[in-house]
Design a protein around this ligand. Structure first.
Ligand code: G3P
Length: 226
């Protein structure tokens, strides 16, 4: 499998769920790797920071950090720098996830420091307006996720398909090189297909896989239309 993030992509954010503690992250990452190898679809994972290096060195799929802080290597206690993420063998990072928001100017600094560390950048946005601002920093991806739908049982592709279409168009008007992902409540292959039909290059999801009784079965359903 490739460590490159090609399109379409499914990014599984492990967040801080108890299911990811201990060896849980490796179990989940191996399930993602297995389905990715069986289907050829790129599935990327975002383990907790404490597991980043271990996971990145034990799977053949792209591993992303859930966050980076706007610091270069040096005297920065407790922060996660883009350069240390790269040296963990991760290939990219989420930035400004709605559960770990940073101010507008710091988003740009995180994107620039991440690019300098040769990391793929996925800047998260709550709505179309913040997606436009995010696209202005020229990340690789902008992921639009309505916070009120995150962790719920109704997919953004059902509850608010217009936000996906509008984000795709608005981001394209800012910079056609920036790809759009969508997330929040995404749980099935039908959700993924709808997202792609609406112009997204993939999805960002968490609970549908991380909290599943059979993550591999959910992953296989997510890619069934791809
Ligand atoms: O990072 C993706 C996440 O915010 C979506 O969460 O549980 O709705 O798939 P979930």
């Amino acid at each position: 499998m490739t460590k490159k993030i090609t399109r379409p992509v499914i990014i599984v954010n492990f967040k801080a769920y108890s299911e990811t503690e201990g060896d849980g992250s490796l179990f989940l990452a191996k399930a993602c790797e297995s389905v990715s190898e069986e289907t050829g679809i790129v599935i990327s994972v975002c383990p907790p920071a404490v597991d980043l290096s271990r996971i990145a060195k034990n799977v053949s799929i792209p591993v992303l950090s859930q966050n980076v802080d706007p610091y270069a290597a040096g005297s920065a206690t407790g922060w996660i720098t883009p350069s240390m993420v790269r040296r963990c063998c991760a290939v990219g990072t989420l930035i400004n996830h709605s559960e770990h928001k940073i101010s507008g100017s710091l988003i740009g600094e995180c994107v620039e420091l991440s690019k300098a560390a040769e990391l793929v950048t996925v800047v998260c946005a709550d709505n179309v307006q913040s997606a436009v601002l995010a696209a202005g920093f020229r990340p690789d991806f902008v992921a639009v996720e309505p916070p009120e739908l995150i962790g719920g049982n109704v997919s953004v592709t059902t509850a608010n398909p217009v936000i996906i279409e509008d984000t795709v168009e608005a981001v394209r008007n800012v910079n056609g090189a920036v790809s759009v992902l969508c997330g929040a409540g995404v749980k099935t292959g039908d959700d993924v297909k709808t997202a792609l039909d609406l112009g997204a290059s993939g999805v960002l999801l968490a609970s549908g896989v991380v909290k599943a009784k059979d993550p591999k079965a959910v992953l296989s359903d997510l890619v069934k239309h791809l």
